[in-house]
Design a binder for this molecule. Structure first.
Ligand code: 4AD
Ligand code: MG
Length: 467
């Protein structure tokens, strides 16, 4: 019995003339063409972007007409045959089939991916089948490779992977954009003194899905020195943009003894490491996406590696934007949050390289950021990338208990819920820093896709959670 081989292992092999090897492959039909004598079937198993050509001699008794009729685009086959050098263009080897089993048919009348060249919008409506397209195959393989590279990067540098909870009672970013988690009967909520009685809820308190693992990440860093989290994150912000998801993956490293400069150095090294990894290990998929969607993709990735990221303060950036003479939809003024049009102007037009902005006004950033002596700004940092805008957000953290408590009070954050977090500042406090990388934003950059819904297998966004 032959054991089945991934197509990736066969593509690119070279055989001498007349040489052949027995093989078994399994995969899905991309195309079938030919004539009365011979059929050429392009088979893909998702192990790589390429298909392998299967040649069936229709004069052979193994390939009767009723079998060949069942071999249509989308059908799943098991092919036994011989790997031989190919005469045809564009491939070094092909498979001369001895037998073909149809494992699963795909009725051409109703199979939605019958034709090539569907729009990304259409494919979003059939997200359950789109992994079978070349585009999503490439994106999903790159997604895997980037996750692997991310773990490798941290592991090699002595960071520990900390698993932070998805269900939480605190709103790390303080934006109030949380999905609530409850087992209370929604049609008959228990009430006490005119309010919902959460003491009867599963956890005995009000809980939500997390918007960030940072607060728990800080607890880990205050013991293990260097940790990172990597997991799903949830935000109920009703933003229907090509850069927001309601469920996205975030990676958050948190480091004791790092100041903001160390944090910036790590972020820059990390993004360059991931980009280098993609260029070195994912060439076929990148070339496919480069040719199909974005002719500048590979040169943009290479460009990021060559330059040092530009570092400047929010205040300097606002001055540049105000004196740029550029027309923006949203007006820029010191104190307002930058929109992605402003971020992209700085990166794509002004500096023509990635930018790290620091020292933001305290009122547009979260409570935990380290306060500068000017009383107006905090030691936050955002890394801005071409095409994307913000790809990373982070900061040095306020390690001083009094200052942090004062800020929590100013922002009316219920400090009875924060005692455990504040304990890190009560006991053995240390300077520390960290950041959050939006994994899908990274993938937008790496794949050249322009809509964040196309770089996660099953996107969650307003009005969409079917599959
Ligand atoms: O800037 P954010 O909100 O920072 C934090 O959550 C901090 N706790 C991180 C930290 O310091 N440990 O989010 C971090 C990153 C953003 O820069 C962006 O790339 C991504 O997460 N992000 C989103 N990605 C997709 N959809 C959304 N709705 C996102 N919101 C943020
Ligand atoms: Mg941010």
């Amino acid at each position: 019995m032959l054991t089945h081989t991934e197509i990736k292992k066969l593509i690119g092999l070279t055989l001498a003339e007349g040489e052949s090897r027995p093989v078994q492959i399994k995969g899905w039909v991309r195309t079938k063409r030919g004539n009365k004598q011979v059929a050429f079937i392009a088979l893909n198993d998702g192990s790589c972007v390429q298909t392998i050509q299967v040649v069936a001699d229709l004069n052979a008794p193994a390939f009767p007409e009723d079998l060949m009729k069942r071999i249509t685009t989308g059908a799943c086959l098991c092919v036994n045959g011989r790997l031989v050098p190919s005469m045809g263009k564009g491939q070094s080897v092909e498979i001369q089939a001895d037998s073909i089993d149809v494992l699963g048919e795909a009725d051409p009348e109703v199979y939605p991916l019958q034709k090539k060249g569907h729009s990304l919008e259409f494919l979003r409506e059939i997200a359950h089948l789109r992994p079978r397209t070349n585009t999503f195959g490439a994106v999903l393989r790159l997604r895997h490779e980037m996750a692997y590279a991310l773990h490798t990067f941290y592991h090699e540098r002595g960071f520990y992977y900390l698993h932070t909870p998805l269900i939480t009672a605190s709103d790390c970013e303080g934006a109030g954009e949380m999905f609530q988690v409850t087992t209370l009967p929604l049609n008959q909520l228990p009430m006490k003194d005119g309010k919902i009685d959460y003491s009867q809820d599963f956890f005995g308190r009000q809980t939500s899905l997390t918007v960030s693992g940072q607060l728990e990440g800080e607890l880990g860093a205050m013991a293990l020195s260097k940790i990172y989290t990597f997991g799903p994150t949830f935000r109920a912000e009703n933003s229907n943009t090509p850069r927001h998801l309601a469920e996205f993956w975030m990676n958050e490293p948190e480091m004791a003894f790092y100041e903001i400069e160390d944090n910036m150095d790590l972020a820059e090294e990390f993004l360059k490491y991931l980009t280098t990894y993609a260029l070195e290990h994912c060439g076929d998929d990148l070339r496919f996406l480069n040719d199909m969607y974005d002719k500048e993709l590979i040169s943009r990735l290479e460009g990021v590696l060559k330059t040092r990221f530009e570092r400047l303060t929010y205040t300097q950036a606002v001055d540049i934007l105000k004196s740029s003479g550029a027309k923006f939809e949203f007006k820029v003024d010191w104190g307002t949050d930058l929109q992605s049009e402003h971020e992209r102007y700085l990166v794509e037009k002004h500096f023509k390289r990635p930018v790290i902005l620091t020292d933001y006004p305290k009122d547009i950033k979260a409570f935990y950021m380290k306060q500068n002596d000017d009383g107006k700004t905090v030691r936050g940092m955002d890394v801005l990338f071409p095409q994307i805008g913000e790809i990373i957000g982070g900061s040095q953290r306020e390690e001083n208990l009094d200052k942090l408590q004062r800020r929590i009070q100013e922002l009316h954050i219920p400090d009875k819920d924060m005692w455990w977090y504040l304990d890190t500042r009560r006991f053995g406090s240390a300077p520390h820093s960290g950041f959050g990388l939006g994994f899908e934003r990274l993938l937008l950059f790496i794949t050249g896709m322009t809509n964040i819904r196309d770089v996660i297998p099953f996107p969650r966004y307003p009005q969409n959670a079917e599959f």
